[in-house]
Design a binder for this molecule. Structure first.
Ligand code: GDP
Length: 177
């Protein structure tokens, strides 16, 4: 059935966040249900397709990885310009990646369409060890509240919350379309 390739609208979801927070791994878990401990820098593809059932209806997503083109590269900005929604990842064990969320949001709001739905995702929660450099869950929740975005914590390694995160975002994206 090639129908979805020709007629059905695909919503464009772009993954954002610092290098090594797990964007490629997130996509690999979502689309292939796999995980690689030492994944290479990119999957070698620009996007993956995924159909989800949202409120009883199939929703086709085109998920773009900005692998290797983080932040200031203009090519990454062109992805965000045409995005319908953004998955913005940080690593819950890497404070720096959390502090950089602000810059990502600024960039996204600068180039994307107004009120673009963003899901803030604290990834690698399977690794969380309390102490220095760790980002507590309520920090993520608070930040998401200030930006009026959705929030969840995920693990691409064990798969927790990956599908839920994308479902929540897809529902919002569909509603706004
Ligand atoms: P990207 O640069 O943002 O695309 O990050 P990658 O997907 O390449 O992941 C960077 C590294 O973190 C790889 O070694 C992954 O195996 C690892 N990684 C990604 N997600 C998780 C996770 O949820 N848990 C754990 N333990 N490791 C992860």
């Amino acid at each position: 059935d090639l129908g979805y390739m020709t007629s059905e609208k695909a919503y464009r979801i772009v993954l954002a966040g610092d290098a090594a927070v797990g964007k490629s791994s997130f996509l690999l878990r979502l689309c292939k249900n796999e995980f690689k401990l030492n994944s290479s820098a990119t999957l070698g593809v620009d996007f993956q397709m995924k159909t989800l059932i949202v409120d009883g209806e199939p929703v086709l997503l085109q998920l773009w990885d900005t692998a290797g083109q983080e932040r200031f590269r203009s090519i990454a900005k062109s992805y965000f310009r045409r995005a319908d929604g953004v998955l913005l990842l940080y690593d819950v064990n890497c404070e720096k990646s959390f502090l950089n969320v602000r810059e990502w949001v600024d960039m996204i709001e600068d180039v994307s369409r107004d009120d673009i739905p963003i899901m803030l995702v604290g990834n690698k929660c399977d690794l969380r060890r309390d102490g220095d450099g760790c980002v507590p869950t309520n920090y993520g929740q608070k930040l998401a509240m200030t930006y009026n975005t959705l929030f969840c914590e995920t693990s691409a390694k064990d798969g927790s919350n990956i599908l839920e995160a994308v479902l929540h975002l897809a529902r919002l994206v569909k509603k706004q379309a």
